[in-house]
Design a protein around this ligand. Structure first.
Ligand SMILES: Nc1ncnc2c1ncn2[C@@H]1O[C@H](COP(=O)(O)OP(=O)(O)OP(=O)(O)O)[C@@H](O)[C@H]1O
Length: 232
C-alpha cells in the first residue's frame, strides 16, 4: 500500500498536491496531460523530488524523509541506463550487488532472472549488441533483482514498437503477479492501462487524483478525464 497524506510534491518551481491511497499488490497506471506532473509523482516516490508538506507512507513505513537508496522502491525510466562496458549478466547483477561480488546463490538468482526475461542466451553480450527491446529487458531484469516491493515505470516502453511494447507489458504483468509487486506505471497510451492495469490514476491541474478501477475509469470517466481521453 502507498499513501500520500496531504502531501505537496515539489519539482523545481512546480508543485503537485497528493492525498490518496494506492492499494497493492497490483498495477496502477498513471495518465494525464503532458507537464501535469506524472514524472514528478514517481520522482517523489523514489525520493528524487521533495515532499514539502504532508507525508508518504509505503506499507507501514513513513518514507517522507528517507533517501532514495533506502526506499523499498526500484525505478525504470525510458532511458534504461545500462553500462556500455559491462555485459548483460553484469548489468543485471548490479541490481543485487553494486560491486559485482556475487556469491554462488546470487549468481544462480541472476541466471534465473535472465531466463525469466528471455535473456539467457545473451548474457555475455554488451548492450550495444542488443536490440532496444532486449536492452529494456536487461533493465527490467536488473530492477526485478533488487527485490523491492514497489516498481516504478516512467514511460519505460515508449521507444518500443507495438509488438515489443505488448511483450514488455505482459512481462511486467507476469512478474508483478509472481512477485507480489505494486507497480506504478506512467504511460501516454491509455491502451497500456486497459491492457494490464488494475487501477488508473489521473494527474491534472496540480493534483494527483485517487485511483479508480480500470473498467470504471474508462466506462464512466470524470469530466476532466473524458476531456483528456478525447471523449464527448
Ligand atoms: N527540474 C525542474 N525544475 C522546474 N520545473 C520542472 C522541473 N522538472 C519538471 N518541471 C516542471 O514540472 C511540471 C511537471 O513535470 P513532469 O515531468 O512531472 O510532467 P509529466 O506529466 O511527467 O509530463 P510529460 O507527460 O510531458 O512527461 C512541468 O510543468 C515541468 O515543466
Amino acid at each position: 500500500m502507498i499513501r500520500f497524506d496531504g502531501a505537496v510534491l515539489r519539482n523545481g518551481g512546480f508543485s503537485l498536491r497528493a492525498d490518496l491511497t494506492v492499494l497493492g499488490p497490483g498495477i496502477c497506471a498513471i495518465v494525464g496531460p503532458s507537464g501535469a506532473g506524472k514524472s514528478t509523482l514517481l520522482l517523489a516516490l523514489a525520493g528524487f523530488a521533495s515532499i514539502g508538506a504532508g507525508r508518504l507512507m509505503i506499507g507501514e513505513q513513513d518514507v517522507t524523509a528517507l533517501p532514495p537508496a533506502q526506499r523499498p522502491v526500484s525505478v525504470l525510466f525510458q532511458d534504461h541506463n545500462l553500462f556500455a562496458h559491462l555485459d548483460v549478466a553484469a548489468n543485471v547483477s548490479l541490481g543485487l550487488r553494486p560491486d559485482l561480488r556475487l556469491n554462488a546463490a546470487q549468481k544462480s538468482r541472476v541466471q534465473q532472472v535472465l531466463q525469466h526475461t528471455g535473456l539467457q542466451g545473451l548474457s555475455a553480450r554488451k548492450p550495444a549488441m542488443l536490440s532496444g527491446g532486449q536492452q529494456q529487458r536487461v533493465a527490467i531484469a536488473r530492477a526485478l533483482l533488487r527485490d523491492r516491493p514497489v516498481l516504478l515505470l516512467d514511460e519505460a516502453f515508449g521507444a518500443l514498437g507495438p509488438g515489443l511494447r505488448r511483450e514488455m507489458l505482459t512481462l511486467v504483468r507476469t512478474v508483478a503477479v509472481e512477485q507480489n509487486l505494486t507497480v506504478l506505471m506512467v504511460t501516454h497510451e491509455p491502451e497500456d492501462a486497459r491492457a494490464i492495469a488494475d487501477h488508473v490514476l489521473f494527474v491534472a491541474q496540480g493534483q494527483v487524483h485517487p485511483p479508480l478501477p480500470t473498467a470504471e475509469f474508462f466506462a464512466a470517466p470524470p469530466r476532466a478525464v473524458a476531456d483528456y481521453l478525447g471523449l464527448d
